[in-house]
Design a protein around this ligand. Structure first.
Ligand SMILES: Cc1cc2nc3c(=O)[nH]c(=O)nc-3n(C[C@H](O)[C@H](O)[C@H](O)COP(=O)(O)OP(=O)(O)OC[C@H]3O[C@@H](n4cnc5c(N)ncnc54)[C@H](O)[C@@H]3O)c2cc1C
Ligand SMILES: NC(=O)c1ccc[n+]([C@@H]2O[C@H](COP(=O)([O-])OP(=O)(O)OC[C@H]3O[C@@H](n4cnc5c(N)ncnc54)[C@H](O)[C@@H]3O)[C@@H](O)[C@H]2O)c1
Length: 444
């Protein structure tokens, strides 16, 4: 029998952060992983995607400066095989590096498929392990449309590992993944289509910003097909036909990006009294499952917060503080920025414009076109825009930003929201000029 203070199930950002935190607090910890150490973000999510986006960013800078130092025929497409190979130099080291990291820290690394056999024991491929606490951190996987020919639909992981980019590629869905991967594919010169079942892509973002973003992607040549309910994908020779009512589209590859589903099905959670919904594992305000000795963290949790890497880490640190008796309060999340990467980037944090519009007595919305601001003028950006929301005390409480610098700007605004900053605190700070930070005094 192998006994531990805590066993973490899932070796992704949430599970590994949990294991490191508990080990640092003196606990005897094991982590069980059934696929790739490191999890989604560094192997097949945020990090490889952002390496592939480096090509988009480099190309966009040159496209923006056409006639201003670069002529049209000097702007090449991104060579997919080269950038994919570059991405591989990073991802290929992740699984071993992540596993070795925890082993070197004195954490036990177990490889295999765990199943609960009671609320204090799991069976991993015939071996029994026991712990006082379990932390489930098994994340999510791509959902698959329940339609005829769904075996012909690739996932975001398949896309990032393609050895060559086809001439024509179709994405089903218009959320984070479709927008980001479509932008990457288009930068290689591929003809890119996005098929969406309604006319409201990226529905969690301010609609007018999304309309602007769709226009920007159309300018890149990406073709949108809204209100198309995909019925089947048929394979003919080397091509795929997407069929819907009065609509069909032939392409060389079809990628599904219609959301992700929690990894709960292989764990025999019923044997441990852990309940879940189709959105993930149900927890209370302390991230305890319906069995109080078992916690759930990261993407696998059924929660309203967005399912992102920094939230996985935040959950992990919080649960470690609860298990080690340092904290008995419910988890409180700070303002959480979310960002669709691409060209341009679309980011938001805090109170949404819809919420603010419903309560004009308490919120003031300032919508600014930043295109002529020096930061954006010097790189000749075609669009730069920010909507900032203030409360009655003139503190910033929310923002939506779109530009090639939105990733940086949204982080500054997040800090300002969490610190309840007002205009005078920003204007009394000296920032390096000219930078997106030195623009802050005109935004807040
Ligand atoms: C294409 C893509 C791009 C993304 N981009 C971003 C981004 O830019 N920024 C951002 O913040 N987030 C991004 N995300 C989301 C981010 O990857 C996740 O929020 C993050 O990885 C969640 O961490 P986690 O540890 O909860 O889950 P995961 O990273 O999914 O890790 C779960 C681990 O558990 C393992 N596991 C699953 N089932 C079992 C089982 N039965 N037994 C044992 N182990 C199991 C898995 O193999 C995996 O290693 C992206 C996701 C995708 C798919
Ligand atoms: N930049 C980032 O932070 C980032 C990037 C990628 C992924 N992620 C994470 O991964 C999650 C999953 O991303 P995603 O893009 O797969 O999901 P998503 O939930 O963002 O978008 C899915 C889209 O597919 C649409 N859809 C659903 N069924 C459909 C159908 N039958 N036909 C056509 N469209 C359909 C939905 O309406 C939605 O627009 C995100 O919610 C986020 O948590 C984050």
């Amino acid at each position: 029998m192998n006994e531990f203070d805590a066993i973490v199930i899932g070796g992704g950002p949430a599970g590994l952060a949990e294991a490191y935190d508990l080990k640092a607090a003196g606990k005897n910890v094991a982590v069980v992983e059934n696929y790739q150490w490191g999890g989604t973000c560094p192997n097949r999510g945020c990090d490889p995607k952002k390496i592939l986006l480096s090509g988009v960013q480099a190309r966009d800078r040159m496209v923006q400066l056409k006639g201003k130092g670069f002529s049209g025929d000097q702007v090449p497409f991104v060579k997919w095989s080269e950038i994919e190979a570059f991405k591989e130099t990073y991802t290929s080291k992740i699984p071993d590096g992540s596993r070795d990291g925890i082993i070197n820290a004195g954490i036990t690394a177990i490889e295999g498929s765990p199943k609960f056999i009671s609320d204090y024991q799991i069976d991993v491929d015939g071996k029994i392990y026991q712990a006082d606490n379990f932390i489930i951190a098994t994340g999510q996987r791509p959902s698959k449309l329940n339609i005829e020919g769904n075996e012909n639909i690739l996932t975001s992981t398949d896309f990032m590992n393609l050895k060559s980019m086809p001439k024509k590629i179709t994405f089903i869905g218009a959320g984070y993944i479709a927008f980001e991967l479509a932008t990457i594919a288009s930068s290689t010169g591929a003809e890119v289509h996005i098929v969406h079942h309604n006319d409201r892509p990226l529905k969690e973002f301010d609609e007018s910003f999304v309309d602007d973003l769709v226009d920007q992607l159309k300018n890149r040549g990406i073709k949108f097909h809204f209100d198309i309910d995909t019925k089947s994908i048929a394979k003919f020779d080397d091509q795929y036909v997407l069929n819907a009512d009065d609509f069909s589209l032939v392409s060389d590859l079809v990628v599904g990006a219609t959301g992700r589903i929690p990894n709960v099905d292989k764990l025999d959670l019923e044997k441990a009294g852990v309940k879940y919904t189709r959105h993930g594992i149900s927890t209370n305000g302390k991230l305890q499952t319906t069995n109080p000795r078992i916690y759930a963290i990261g993407d696998v949790v059924d929660k309203v917060q967005p399912k992102l890497t920094p939230i996985a880490g935040f959950d992990a640190t919080y649960v470690a503080s609860v298990i080690t008796g340092k904290n008995d309060k419910e988890i409180v999340y700070p303002a959480i920025p979310t960002l669709v990467y691409g060209g341009p980037e679309l980011a938001k944090v805090g109170i949404s414009t819809d919420e603010a519009k419903k309560d004009p007595d308490n919120y003031r919305i300032v919508d600014q076109d930043l295109t002529k601001w020096f930061t954006y003028y010097r790189t000749n950006e075609s669009i730069a825009r920010a909507k900032v929301i203030f409360n009655k005390n003139d503190e910033i409480v929310g923002a939506t930003v779109m530009s090639n610098e939105a990733d940086e700007v949204i982080n500054y605004l997040t800090l300002a929201i969490n610190k309840k900053m007002k205009h005078n605190e920003i204007s009394n700070t000296v920032f390096a000029y000219p930078t997106p930070a030195s623009d802050l005094q005109y935004l807040i």
